[in-house]
Design a protein around this ligand. Structure first.
Ligand code: IPM
Ligand code: MG
Length: 388
């Protein structure tokens, strides 16, 4: 048969992928419960600035967070730790998505506050290393990417639960050319992976008295992996009889999100990784763009908080970095505070951000010198917090 050698090589590569994924399944089976931050003597928050506008907006988020947590820092209950080296230059120099020493520092913290990092793309001239976000989510097993979107005047209040370690992302850098003419990538779904994200989404809906969870897949086409995701989500849904579960295909969901009459009915969206990536950018656009949206990446042992957008290198080359919007990172800080059990402080910061962004709007970020600087906005948020 033609291409016998290539086929043999491809089968070997495929086998290796399957072996790694089967190991991952075994690890998931052995996982314990979520960390109880209340029981820790000190909560260590590692801060990585990232690339592009990352250092600017992360510094602002850290400043506000340090202000909100000043007493805890003083009492030694919260510690901020600078993590250097998660930059595109260093990652290229070390030839790794996350260099070993950086990974060690990340793992010595409980919580990570991370600025956007630049992701090289095939043919960009940069070495095609894996995205630092994706690598971190996988290495720290941050299986839930939670992305809230709120437009109060339109009745929009959505929380997107994006599976964060599987789907097209699990081995997104391990696809290969079988022959010069034939390329393959892989998408992965596991029972354990679907079950744990579904539980988190339904628990969230129950706790927050949200009456609907919408499952979004392309199970009509991607029959096995999306089909299993759907099946496993329904098994979890059965344990939450008070919550209505409905199903949508990802294409029609993108359309329904622009349907003003229907979209306010959505509450919690539960999706595999890639659809969650795409739909969360669309959803954030209604709120004022990706620059306004933050997210939590939650695992059993670690959690990482970041913006949902990229590093916007053009803002830096055009000399506009100081006008970058810190709201995405500040919204991520709201989720961080909530995650470590400081819900009242989370609520207060969220309130301050709502006042600054939607109500008072004394300082407005435009991304250019027509608007406020990132620093001015940070001051504005802290001044607003002081009045609450
Ligand atoms: C996100 C981003 C990342 C992703 C990129 C930067 C790899 O778009 O956090 O949504 O695709 O997950
Ligand atoms: Mg994205």
């Amino acid at each position: 048969m033609a291409n016998e050698k290539e086929l043999e090589l491809a089968c070997q590569k495929f086998r290796k992928i399957l072996e790694e994924q089967l190991d991952r399944v075994e690890n998931m089976k052995e996982q314990g419960d979520f960390v109880d931050y209340g029981k820790l003597d000190v909560v260590k928050i590692g801060v990585c600035g990232g690339d592009g506008i990352g250092p600017t907006i992360t510094a602002q988020a850290r400043r506000v967070l340090e202000f909100v947590l000043a007493d805890k820092v003083e009492q030694g209950k919260v510690e901020f730790i600078d993590i250097e080296g998660l930059t595109i230059e260093n990652r290229i120099a070390k030839g790794k998505a996350i260099p070993d020493d950086v990974m060690q520092s990340l793992k010595s913290c409980h919580i990570i506050l991370k600025g956007p990092t630049t992701t090289p793309q095939k043919g960009s001239g940069m070495p095609n290393i894996e995205s630092a976000n994706v690598a971190m989510r996988k290495a720290l097993d941050l299986f839930a990417n939670i992305r809230p979107v709120k437009v109060p005047e339109e009745g929009i209040n959505w929380t997107i639960f994006r599976e964060n370690t599987e789907g097209g992302y699990a081995v997104g850098s391990s696809g290969f050319n079988v022959t010069p003419d034939l390329a393959v990538d892989f998408t992965i779904t596991t029972k354990q992976g679907s079950d744990r994200i579904a539980r988190l989404a339904y628990d969230y809906a129950r706790k927050n008295k949200l009456e609907r969870v919408s499952l979004v897949t392309k199970a009509n086409v991607i029959k096995t992996t999306d089909g299993n995701f759907l099946e496993d989500c329904h098994k979890v849904a059965d344990q939450y009889p008070e919550i209505l579960t409905d199903e949508w295909y990802a294409d029609i969901m993108t359309a329904k999100l622009v349907d003003k009459k229907r979209r306010r009915d959505f509450k919690v969206l539960l999706l595999p990784n890639l659809y969650g990536d795409i739909i969360s950018d669309e959803a954030a656009e209604f709120q004022g763009g990706v620059g306004t949206a933050g997210c939590a990446n939650i695992g059993k042992k670690y959690a990482m908080f970041e913006a949902i957008h990229g590093s916007a290198p053009r803002m830096v080359t055009e000399g506009r970095a100081q006008y970058a919007d810190p709201c995405s990172m500040l919204r991520a800080c709201v989720m961080l505070l909530s995650h470590i059990g400081l819900q009242d402080r989370a609520d207060k910061l969220e309130r301050a951000l709502d006042i600054c962004s939607f109500e008072e709007k004394k300082f407005v970020i435009t991304g250019r010198d027509t608007g406020a600087t990132c620093d001015e906005f940070g001051d504005y948020v802290m001044a607003t917090l002081k009045k609450l």
